[in-house]
Design a protein around this ligand. Structure first.
Ligand code: ZN
Length: 249
């Protein structure tokens, strides 16, 4: 694509989004200069990263150590049977680049651990937690507190889902709300209907876009609790814990 056709393509690509007055070209420019780490490109991360790429978030870092398995395919919408056994982060990056060639996507096909978490999350404006295990979530939370990076939390368990934005010192952190046990239990595998991951993943993308573009208010200090059985969506306050060892200084 030459420079002129790229400019025309860009204008048309985002034209419907640019019609949102609160976003406009100023907000779009902020998105294009933004950097986001999406940790986990499974059910939540497939949807969230796709919408972030389509919204024009300039740089996405996809972090996931897993490969595509058959039991992923009913909800992890970036993957098809042709992608089986390939690294998810690599396949996801290919799909996102195909969907929006205007954004840059970096692949990190690594397990997040206590030694590498700081470097994996460095130099981004927002971290999106699309994981399915709390031990790694706690690592992310601690690292985000240290790095002063807003942390968009999403989780789906069965027919329920949660969403929040942690951004200390404005809010508490994940561990103000969810206790980090010293003897963690093995990770429980929950059943899931794909659409519920799609809902929470979309909402994570929405909160991230709003944070980056400075749009509206977000779920900082609150949690959206969704019960998909009855389509009951409730927002509950998440007070800071003054005794939290992670974010209270
Ligand atoms: Zn805390």
């Amino acid at each position: 694509m030459d420079a002129v056709s790229r400019e025309e393509f860009t204008k048309l690509f985002y034209s419907r989004q640019l019609m949102i007055e609160e976003l406009g070209s100023v907000g779009q420019e902020k998105l294009s200069k933004s950097r986001v780490a999406v940790v986990g490109v499974g059910g939540l991360g497939s949807v969230c990263s796709l919408y972030l790429a389509l919204a024009g978030v300039g740089y996405l870092r996809l972090i996931d150590q897993d490969t595509v398995e058959t039991h992923n395919l009913h909800r992890q919408i970036l993957y098809t049977p042709d992608d089986l056994h390939r690294p998810k982060a690599e396949v996801a990056a290919e799909k996102l680049r195909g969907q929006n060639p205007l954004v840059q996507v970096e692949v990190v096909a690594k397990k997040v651990d206590a030694d590498n978490v700081g470097s994996l999350l460095a130099n981004v404006d927002v971290v999106v937690d699309c994981l399915d295990n709390f031990q790694t979530r706690y690592l992310l939370n601690r690292s985000c507190v240290k790095l002063h990076t807003p942390y968009v939390f999403g989780a789906v368990m069965g027919l329920e889902g949660n969403l929040s934005v942690f951004n200390p010192p404005e809010t508490g952190c994940l561990e103000c709300t969810m206790h980090n046990p010293s003897n963690p239990q093995p990770q429980k595998v929950f059943g899931i209907i794909g659409a519920s991951a799609g809902i929470i993943g979309s909402l994570q993308a929405m909160e991230t876009v709003k944070l980056l573009a400075g749009l509206g208010s977000n779920l900082a200090g609150k949690m959206l609790v969704c019960d998909f059985r009855d389509m009951d969506f409730t927002v509950v306050p998440l007070p800071k814990n003054p005794h939290c060892q992670v974010c209270h200084s």
